[in-house]
Design a binder for this molecule. Structure first.
Ligand SMILES: CC(C)C[C@H](NC(=O)[C@@H](N)Cc1ccccc1)C(=O)O
Length: 758
């Protein structure tokens, strides 16, 4: 047997399924070596022999794909694990604001889906898929390690206060890490899927389709586990001098997984079918297209007979086979034009839908779901739906005699994504009913809190009259369409004071025990982020107070808002020897002002009064499940099918290029999200969802028309046909001849070795 018996293969051969070796499978990687082996110089022959491999099979599948799917699992764990904590790292380690953090995050994601072009060019034109995956995986692993190192705050924390002293160092290192990661993850992405496809032979087309589904399952299993695990690692505390959130662990584990991914891929190297690159194919493609355009222009006069396709104008100079291959690729790339719109909607799961979840309640009884954890519903659904679709739905549709072709599936996938956004809009309408009535940009809102010892008559010019009891507040915010107000209090003598309110803001007027010093504080005018609760205290006690996790608070003063998570929270209030514990259970997304009374210690904190500035979220996060279900159904139909389609419709030497083109549609989709987020602000969120849904419906109609005119091809058959027309030997024959010759040479060599041993 010619196959090398690695320990892993030996283990695999112990499996219950029969392992077969197909000698003819090695033919594939000789596809592009047109020089007959017999006429090759010895050196070249050895080189080719090294690449020649015969495929071992298990249950009809090449064993080599085991290494490829495990590699993909680890790589996706690494990528999504790092991505899960990236925004938090920007926000709370590098201390960037929300806008900068989200912009850099989306720019990074877009870069990750642009670099596949580079990877595909390197693979198809220069190194071949195998070497490209190895080299770029090394770059990727270095990037992950660089990123993990950049998160060690102790490196620059010379004063040991827990925060880095040299932010430039951390920013530079993390940006370098991210660039390397984007280069690595994007570069290998089109190669791994296409390399997996290359392992299959012609008689394994059914297994090839299953492979793409299993490949997709591995992506989602890896991403699911990592998005659950890395946030937990981040929440740990670690450090050399001071204990901080453990970003090095949260980024370090993905780095380790990337190294494992590389090791697994290399472990399988003895078993892969490796197709050689055909020289600089991309350069030839560009030159050929350029020539066709120039030649067409030169012959623009109507006296020249028309040609069937504009690429046929390259006929004079370029090989028919190359022209045919370019036509195949261009046809598919043209079909890709409307596809970014799907990703524009799809990628809003991580942004708009997560923000929507922050205005909802995640209390599922037995467990609490954080808004950003809602995203894990997507990989969970993928893991259940891909097998159901593959084994049940698609075969059932086929049995009903319906022709559910790949392009039809993709169109239906788009329509599912559009309905997901309609569902999101309906949920948004429900949420909007429960949201506070925030001021418009020209309005101002005011609430009044009375910390005075008796009930007060408050007049706000010109026409608001309020009666507020001691340690009470006005029922709700009063909205003004002007900013200048005068407040009069009817105490033993009338106290009058003028204020200027913030345009578009919400404020509270605090009337302390000495009403003459009444003052305004600014309130939150949006739901607290991440479903947290914003709380603050007003000190009605006669002296300074210490409250756990808050600064000391002077008499009559108000603390800034502090964000607290959902659940029961305890606060210890202390003044000298006196103390009491204040406990409160919080929901999601509320805001409170707690009024500390004079009787705080004598009542054991029981007298603290709660003023609800913003109601907790009442619409349940479970209502988002239908939209997740719809978008994931859309993803299975669109994305898994698109992956298979891009592979099957590409000529052999341009498979990675088409995979990259497919991934590029995702990059463009992400860029559209970035642009829309910056410029297209509709006043109502639900209207934006409906707009996106309508756009996708329009795009899917255009796509279905384009798909109607698309004829599915078998690139291998077309290539064989052209070879025949050109009088070239059919590829298979040529390859078989080469294989036989090499096997003969192998045998001779083996005999030679035996004789030498004897
Ligand atoms: C969509 C990508 C181009 C393809 C694929 N992504 C997925 O399969 C997503 N379902 C994974 C995911 C996981 C967690 C949260 C959101 C999405 C990929 O990454 O290759």
């Amino acid at each position: 047997m010619l196959i090398r018996h690695t320990p892993v293969l030996a283990a695999l051969t112990q499996l219950s399924c029969p392992v077969q070796v197909f000698p003819h499978a090695g033919i594939q990687q000789l596809t592009h070596t047109h020089t007959p082996a017999a006429s090759m110089p010895d050196e070249k022959m050895d080189e080719t022999k090294k690449k020649k491999k015969k495929t071992a099979e298990c249950c009809g599948y090449p064993i080599s794909i085991f290494f490829i799917v495990v590699n993909e699992f680890c790589e996706r764990f690494s990528y999504y694990g790092m991505r899960a904590v990236l925004v938090l790292y920007f926000r709370y380690f590098l201390l960037w604001d929300d806008d900068l953090a989200t912009s850099i995050y989306h720019a990074f994601v877009a870069l990750c889906y642009l670099t596949p072009i580079l990877g595909a060019i390197i693979a198809d034109s220069w190194l071949g898929k195998f070497k490209t995956i190895i080299y770029l995986s090394i770059v990727y692993a270095i990037g992950q390690v660089t990123m993990a190192v950049s998160t060690i705050h102790d490196i620059t924390d010379s004063n040991r206060d827990g925060t880095p002293d040299n932010f430039t160092f951390h920013i530079a290192l993390s940006m370098l890490g991210l660039i390397l990661i984007a280069l690595g993850t994007g570069g290998i992405k089109p190669c791994v899927a296409a390399f997996g496809g290359d392992q299959f032979q012609e008689h394994q087309s059914r297994q090839l389709n299953t492979f793409f589904s299993v490949f997709y399952l591995c992506i989602n299993a890896g991403s699911l586990l990592s998005t659950l695990i890395t946030p937990v690692l981040r929440a740990q505390e670690c450090g050399i001098h001071t204990q901080q959130q453990c970003y090095p662990l949260a980024f370090g584990v993905p780095a380790v997984l990337m190294v494992i991914s590389l090791v697994v891929f290399i472990a399988g190297s003895g078993m892969y079918v490796k197709t050689d690159p055909e020289g600089n194919i991309m350069w030839s493609v560009c030159k050929c297209i350029g020539f066709a355009i120039r030649n067409r222009f030169r012959h623009r006069s109507s006296s020249y007979p028309k040609r069937e396709h504009w690429m046929d104008w390259a006929d004079e100079k370029y090989d028919k086979l190359l022209i045919a291959q370019i036509k195949m690729v261009l046809k598919v790339l043209f079909l890709y034009i409307p596809l970014p719109m799907f990703w524009t909607l799809f990628d809003q799961k991580g942004s708009r839908w997560t923000l929507q979840a922050t205005t909802m309640s995640g209390d599922f009884g037995g467990f609490i779901l954080q808004p950003d954890q809602m995203q894990t519903v997507n990989p969970i659904l993928i893991l259940t739906m891909v097998p159901i679709m593959d084994r049940l739905i698609f075969p059932l549709i086929q049995k009903c005699g319906l022709n559910f072709s790949p392009l039809k599936r993709m169109t239906v996938g788009m329509l599912f994504a559009a309905t997901a956004f309609v569902s999101a809009a309906l949920v948004q309408i429900e949420i909007d009913k429960t949201l506070p009535n925030f001021p418009s940009s020209s309005e101002s809102q005011l609430k009044v809190v009375n910390m005075y010892s008796t009930t007060l008559n408050v007049t706000i010019s010109p026409s608001e009259h309020l009666l507020i009891e001691s340690y009470g507040s006005s029922a709700d915010y009063i909205t003004f369409d002007h900013q200048d107000i005068t407040v009069s209090l009817n105490t033993s003598n009338v106290i009058t004071k003028a204020f200027s309110l913030i345009k578009g803001g919400r404020q509270t007027l605090i009337i302390p025990s000495d009403p003459t010093v009444m003052y305004l504080v600014e309130d939150t005018k949006s739901k607290p982020r991440e479903g947290k609760n914003a709380i603050r205290f007003v000190n009605g006690w006669t002296a300074d107070l210490n409250i756990t996790n808050l600064d000391s608070i002077e008499p009559s003063a108000t603390t800034n808002y502090t964000l607290v998570n959902q659940g029961k929270r305890d606060f210890v209030l202390r003044h000298g020897e006196q103390w009491c514990e204040f406990s409160r259970k919080f929901g999601f997304g509320a805001s409170y002002t707690f009024l500390i009374t004079e009787a705080v210690f004598s009542s054991d904190c029981e007298s603290i009064v709660e003023v609800e500035d913003m109601k907790p979220n009442s619409v349940h996060m479970a209502l988002q499940i239908p939209q997740y279900f719809l978008i994931t159904t859309g993803e299975v139909m669109f994305s898994v099918t698109g992956l298979q389609f891009s592979y099957s419709q590409a000529p052999k030497n341009m498979k990675s290029v088409l995979q990259a083109g497919w991934l590029c549609t995702n990059a463009v989709g992400n860029i559209i999200v970035l642009i829309v987020a910056e410029i297209g602000k509709l006043p109502k969120q639900w209207a934006e969802y409906v707009l996106f849904a309508s756009l996708l419906v329009a795009v899917s109609i255009i796509f279905s028309i384009m798909a109607y005119f698309y004829t599915y091809i078998d690139p291998a058959e077309i290539e064989a046909q052209i070879r025949k027309e050109q009088g070239l030997e059919p590829e298979e024959k040529e390859k078989e001849k080469e294989t036989l010759e090499m096997e003969e040479k192998d045998q001779k060599n083996e005999q030679g070795v035996k004789q030498t041993k004897i």
